[in-house]
Design a protein around this ligand. Structure first.
Ligand SMILES: Nc1nc2c(ncn2[C@@H]2O[C@H](COP(=O)(O)OP(=O)(O)OP(=O)(O)O)[C@@H](O)[C@H]2O)c(=O)[nH]1
Ligand SMILES: [Mg+2]
Length: 444
């Protein structure tokens, strides 16, 4: 170096000062650049996450960065540096995890500890209206010994219908239900469950019945091989189902019922509320299967009914279903009836004056024990005569089976719409003993 220039040459101290100045400038610039990148990234994330206010913790690498860089001071420095291209920013932001923190945990917090969660603005939504339900129950009369069959019926109806509606169940028995029975049904039911014991005077053969005469009648039926011809308990059941079930204390709270027996099957999905259908359409009795009764079991039922009507003509409804019961204008009974092991009906109809008087009249004649009058023909005759014909409903869409008969929906598109598993050819509807044709004759 020439001597003239030597005085301009920095000495050792000056060189050291310059080096330090250079290093400080470099560090300052790179720090500012980094802050700018994160500041932009946070803004992007902020716009993405504000709505959801996601507060999941940042990944493990980030807290270190937050601890050392996330100060309001450093942010203000970063925002003053503007000579960074947007390409660099977007490349940088794509390398950052995008959903692990929110703008609030970064931009406004001077420390790594999470900032208070921003309070989401509550969205005022109208409370969902409770679905409308009928004052109805599912009803089963059962013996303890029928536990498995009862459980199978309950399970099927729950799956096909009630899980969606959670209607209560009422179980009745003339003796107390076993703990096992109660436990199983409670487990299967989706709604409230009630277990009731039938008062003895609603169940057992009344003292007024001449037992010798009743026994003679039973023996004759046994000889003629009539089903349940010799059974007293079956007669108790038929009389109870005819005139007492709707008086049970547990049923007083309800108007509508769906009668279910152990060991029946439901072949389709019932996704529309049949009780509400009844209520909204002024229907009072609903059935799925209709058929001919064994004449031997009801030899004097029609004559007794005619006597009652002669004495009480005021109960016979205009436009009734006499043509379903009789082919000669009421002179004789054609044996058609609704199969009452399935019923969706209105207990207020049974509780009404016409039916109450009719039942008492029948009961006074003793035919439930001297013969073997069934609740099916008794209910059917009453509904057909005391209701208008449009107040009785055929539930075509409910695929139903009580051995040995099955009703499988046949209305247009119903089998598919209700996702039925029954086969149409198994349907009893148009077989020889069915009365559906008779029904359709009066409901063209
Ligand atoms: N608690 C109780 N329930 C009974 C008695 N007899 C019949 N039942 C119930 O009454 C209903 C009709 O009885 P079922 O034996 O099914 O009579 P059915 O339907 O005419 O004839 P099948 O089902 O073909 O035997 C069912 O829910 C039975 O569980 C009885 O003595 N005690
Ligand atoms: Mg049965």
């Amino acid at each position: 170096m020439p001597a003239s220039m030597r005085r301009f040459a920095p000495n050792r101290t000056t060189r050291y000062v310059l080096l330090v100045a250079f290093l400080i400038t470099t560090f300052y610039l790179s720090f500012s650049l980094t802050q700018k990148i994160y500041s932009r990234e946070s803004s992007t994330l902020a716009s993405k996450t504000d709505a959801a206010v996601v507060m999941s913790p940042p990944p493990s690498v980030l807290p270190i960065f937050f601890e050392t860089r996330a100060t309001s001071e450093s942010i203000s420095v970063a925002s003053s540096t503007s000579s960074i291209s947007s390409d660099v920013l977007s490349a940088s932001s794509s390398s950052l995890p995008s959903s692990s923190f929110s703008s609030s945990s970064y931009l406004s917090s001077p420390s790594p500890s999470p900032s208070p969660t921003p309070t989401p603005i509550p969205v005022e939504e109208p409370a969902p209206e409770a679905p409308r339900r009928a004052n109805a129950t599912l009803l089963m009369l059962s013996r303890n010994s029928e536990l498995d069959k009862a459980a199978a019926s309950v399970r099927e109806l729950e799956d096909k219908f009630n899980r969606q509606f959670a209607y209560p169940w009422v179980f009745l028995n003339e003796v107390p239900f076993s703990d096992q029975f109660i436990a199983r049904m409670t487990e299967l039911a989706s709604g409230p469950v009630y277990f009731g014991q039938i008062p003895p005077h609603h169940w057992y053969q009344p003292a007024e019945i001449d037992e010798n005469r009743a026994e003679t009648g039973r023996n004759e039926m046994v000889e003629e091989d009539i089903i349940y011809g010799g059974s007293v308990s079956y007669r108790n059941m038929c009389r109870f189902n005819s005139g007492f079930f709707y008086r049970h204390p547990l049923l007083q709270q309800f108007r509508w019922y769906w009668r279910v027996e152990p060991d029946v099957h439901f072949h389709c999905v019932t996704d529309e509320d049949p009780f509400l259908y009844m209520e909204d359409n002024d229907k009072h009795y609903g059935f799925t299967i209709s058929l001919l009764e064994f004449e031997k079991t009801i030899e004097t039922l029609w004559e007794t009914t005619k006597e009652f009507i002669a004495e009480n003509p005021q109960y016979v409804a205009p436009n009734n279903s006499m043509a379903f019961l009789s082919n000669d204008g009421g002179e004789t009974y054609n044996l058609c009836h609704f199969w009452s092991n399935f019923e969706i009906a209105d207990m207020d109809f049974w509780r009404g004056e016409a039916y109450e008087k009719y039942f008492r009249y029948l009961d006074s004649k003793g035919g439930f024990y001297y013969e073997r009058w069934g609740d099916a023909p008794v209910h059917s005759i009453a509904a057909s005569l005391f209701l208008r014909k449009d107040q009785i409903h055929f539930f075509d869409e409910i695929g139903y089976e009580h051995h040995p008969f099955t009703h499988c929906p046949h209305g247009p598109g119903l089998h598919r719409k209700k996702r039925c598993t029954c086969r149409g050819w198994r349907s009893f509807d148009y077989q020889g003993y069915s009365c559906l044709k008779q029904w359709e004759r009066i409901h063209p």
